[in-house]
Design a protein around this ligand. Structure first.
Ligand code: ADP
Ligand code: MG
Length: 702
């Protein structure tokens, strides 16, 4: 069941505590907005000193109000807020909005005050929005609530917008008319002391008034919850988000490859990708795409038709369409023939169809109908450059009418005349999305197609494996302090407990024993330094490959010891790691790893391994636990997937086995969250799963 915030969005009565009769104050503006927008419930201003505000009766205290109060909006000085909450409790108000600022955002004193506020509302079983927020809007006819102090009139539509920044919300509300952005609901969550973006998104999941969810975030309240909720919501309706990149203290100290490859933005990027949330970088993109989803149908395929009255914009649109994976198709002969009958002789009836500037509303309308009726076409971008001598509003309306009658995806583009968009929207409340940029329209259709693919993709599930968790637990118990790398023999045992294919390894305590071990393994062998503090073995000249016989082994090991002596670290040597020399041949070196983020938990990483990992950075992340669908997606999303699938006559590696090992590592870090960093590098995958081996592994205990 989703979070119930209905008393916030659909209140039957609102008390405005701190309403003011002084123009210019927040208390005056907010009450004014509620009245002017035509709020359909009962309104109760509360102010101990006023009898009437905005010509309605004002109450000295909340308790004077006889009726039930669904929602209280508090806009008092910050030291009066707690008392107001006590009054709300007495009046049995369960939902409160604290507009007042001066809490967590101002430093220590504010932090304490906010904590008291949270404790109080929790104790009283209230839900609280804010503090330090701008309020809430619901444009639905039955509610008609503008519970903000923002200037500008909300326009109804199907977009829900939740904003962590109040100022950004305010800026958006000022441009909505110009850009024809129709909101059903808007909420400013401020400091998110109680109600967070997660609550709102979850609430909107089952809310039929919200068709598209847009989100502006500066931080995640709870990344794992965000992932869980958005994964579900995005299967029903699109979620589009902007998130400013922030440095991530959680992973800064990482010393593994996996840690080094995770950037400050990795958590956000991974969360969005894994939950099907569409990330954009600008407010303009967010609302362009928002209105495309709200007002157009999802395209069923990628074949687009472009209609224009000018060549230049159409060419740019073709390029952008191509970049976004759209196919600017050949129109059917039938369509071309019919187009010929309505256009001037010089016009082009091939896609992009160029009607030339002389085209009037009728021609535009018929051409639109013909394009959308073509069985080769899934979607259309309908561009109108400033026409020569016709009424742009009329042409746009004619195009919109034709689109309204079709069941295909189409975006109308009116170039360099923003005022036309607002005018058409006013005259024709039901209309397709109207953009001012044709490239953006192509991009939006591309995003809609990607979303459709996501929506239809299988959910996947977290797979269980029969592994020896007890064995791993007893290894961890041996370590008395945290923040250490496990000894290689322990790493070897752990991977075996999880049935992950670490190459056969023997640990020799001295040269004599290493000769014995090497013979046991069988030459050629590999010798590496063994020592708790010798974690990066190649860096200290401590790895020797392809050793053919006993003599070479003795030579190599004495050279290694000499290397260490030179560096003054020979006392760190505790022995030698002996392994068979694995021929990579038809295998591919990959890296599989995990790193723990303080907020989001473990991120799993998979990508192309070998000595160039940090140059190519061809790796992808997912938050654990991964589902079978996540494992499939991570393998397929790296560029080197082509290499895994086999290039230049090479056979494909066993992809199922790759996925299985990704899921096992995900299980390992889920079972043992105390492992903060894991690198399996190189992890060589071969066409034959029995020849796929982990050649080196590091595990760090937190
Ligand atoms: P480091 O601690 O420097 O990462 P590794 O054990 O990864 O040491 O060894 C360095 C490189 O040597 C590996 O990246 C791999 O290319 C190669 N290598 C390591 N072990 C083997 C092996 N058993 N067979 C073949 N090549 C190996
Ligand atoms: Mg290595």
């Amino acid at each position: 069941m989703s979070t119930d915030l209905s008393k916030f969005f659909y209140p039957k009565s609102i008390a405005v505590i701190g309403a003011s009769s002084k123009p210019g104050t927040l208390g005056y503006e907010l009450l004014g907005n509620l009245m002017n927008f035509g709020y359909n419930g009962k309104l109760f201003p509360v102010n101990p000193k006023a009898d009437a505000i905005h010509s309605i009766k004002s109450y000295k205290s909340l308790l004077e109000i006889k009726d039930d109060v669904d929602l209280a909006v508090i806009m008092l000085g910050k030291h009066l807020v707690l008392t107001a909450i006590d009054e709300c409790k007495k009046k049995k108000v369960k939902s409160v909005i604290v507009i007042t600022a001066g809490f967590k955002e101002v430093g220590e004193e504010g932090v304490t005050l906010e904590k008291e506020l949270i404790a109080k509302t929790k104790k009283y079983g209230m839900r609280m929005l804010g503090p330090n927020c701008m309020g809430i809007i619901n444009t639905k006819k039955e509610v008609q609530m503008n519970g903000t102090f923002i200037k500008g009139t909300p326009v109804p539509g199907g977009i829900g917008f939740v904003s962590q920044s109040g100022a950004l919300g305010a800026a958006v509300l000022r441009i909505i008319e110009k850009y024809d952005i129709g909101f059903s609901q808007f909420v400013s969550i401020g400091n998110k002391a109680d109600v967070s973006e997660n609550d709102v998104i979850d609430y909107w999941k089952d809310n039929d008034d919200v068709n598209v969810i847009t989100v502006y975030l500066e931080s995640f309240s709870d990344p794992k919850e965000f992932l869980r909720i958005c994964k579900e919501v995005t299967k029903t309706k699109p979620v589009i988000a902007i998130k400013a990149a922030k440095t991530n203290a959680g992973m800064k100290a990482a010393s593994s490859h996996t840690g080094a490859l995770a950037s400050a933005d990795t958590v956000a990027e991974t969360l969005f990708e894994q939950s099907g949330v569409i990330r954009v970088n600008t407010v303009e993109d967010m609302f362009n795409l928002g209105k495309a989803f709200d007002r157009a149908r999802l395209p069923v395929g990628n074949r687009v038709a472009i209609l224009t009255n000018a060549g230049g914009p159409a060419i740019l649109t073709v390029d952008e369409a191509d970049r976004c994976g759209l196919d600017v198709v050949n129109l059917s002969e039938k369509t071309k023939k019919k187009l010929r009958e309505i256009v001037v002789a010089e016009a082009s009836v091939n896609n992009p169809v160029d009607l030339l500037p002389s085209a009037n509303a009728d021609v535009y309308k018929k051409a639109t109908e013909l394009l959308l009726a073509d069985e080769n076409v899934d979607a259309a971008v309908l561009i109108l450059g400033p026409p020569l001598m016709f009424d742009t509003v009329e042409i746009t309306k004619y195009m919109c009418e034709a689109v309204n009658k079709s069941n295909k995806c189409a975006i109308v583009v009116v170039m360099s005349q923003d005022e036309i968009i607002a005018e058409v929207a006013k005259q024709m409340p039901v209309h397709p999305p109207i953009f001012n940029s044709a490239e953006k329209a192509a991009w939006a259709i591309g995003e809609m197609l990607k979303y459709k693919a996501w929506k239809e993709s299988p959910d996947g599930k977290v797979k269980q494996f029969n592994v020896n968790t007890k064995g791993v637990r007893s290894i961890i118990k041996k370590y008395k302090t945290g923040n250490v790398y496990l000894d290689f023999d322990d790493v070897y045992d752990i991977l075996n407990h999880y049935k992950m294919p670490i190459v056969e390894t023997l640990i020799a305590r001295n040269v004599q024993q290493s000769i014995y071990d090497a013979n046991k393994i069988g030459f050629p062998v590999v010798a590496k330094v063994f020592g708790r503090e010798l974690v990066h073995k190649s860096d200290v000249g401590g790895v020797a490959l392809n050793i053919q016989d006993e003599d070479e082994l003795i030579n190599v090991e004495s050279r290694i010891i000499a290397n260490l002596k030179e560096k003054g670290i020979d006392d760190k040597l505790e022995g030698f790691i002996l392994q068979p020399f694995a021929k990579i041949e038809d295998g591919v070196e990959t890296i599989l790893g995990a790193v723990k983020d303080a907020n989001a938990g473990h991120l799993l990483m998979f990508g192309l391994g070998g000595i160039f990992v940090e140059v190519f950075k061809d790796v992808k992340f997912k938050i654990a636990p991964l589902t079978t669908a996540d494992a499939k997606s991570i393998v397929r999303s790296i560029k080197s997937y082509e290499i895994l699938k086999g290039v230049r006559g090479k056979k494909s590696v066993d992809i199922d086995f790759v996925e299985e090992n990704i899921l096992k590592l995900s299980k390992l870090v889920t079972d043992f969250p105390e492992f903060t960093e894991i690198d399996l590098n190189p992890f060589v995958f071969s066409p034959n799963r029995n020849k796929s081996k982990i050649l080196d592994a590091r595990i760090k205990l937190g």
